[in-house]
Design a protein around this ligand. Structure first.
Ligand SMILES: [Zn+2]
Length: 85
């Protein structure tokens, strides 16, 4: 299955952060690319959802749901800039 754009994360990220997170800024730890979450490559075919850097394929964000809770990991994402609203 191909990737979707980062807007595919909008619903679950809103559930977690109670705001639109597609405009969250970041810096990729793999290649230094900066951008916003909406620009990432999102894969939803696995047991969780993964957002990867479009330049170097580093995993930026992993989202899973387990026992009624959301688990989020941001292994390749640095300098997150959270939107105020
Ligand atoms: Zn990168």
């Amino acid at each position: 299955m191909g990737s979707l754009d980062g807007n595919a994360l909008a619903g679950v990220m809103h559930d977690i952060f109670a705001r639109d997170m597609t405009t969250m800024g970041y810096k990729c730890t793999g290649c230094g690319r900066t951008g916003v979450l909406a620009e990432t490559a999102v894969y939803m075919s696995g047991p969780g959802t993964v957002a990867r850097c479009r330049d170097c394929d580093t995993i930026l964000v992993m989202l899973t749901e387990r026992h009624g809770t959301h688990c989020i990991d941001m292994p390749g994402l640095s300098q997150p800039v959270f939107p105020l609203a």
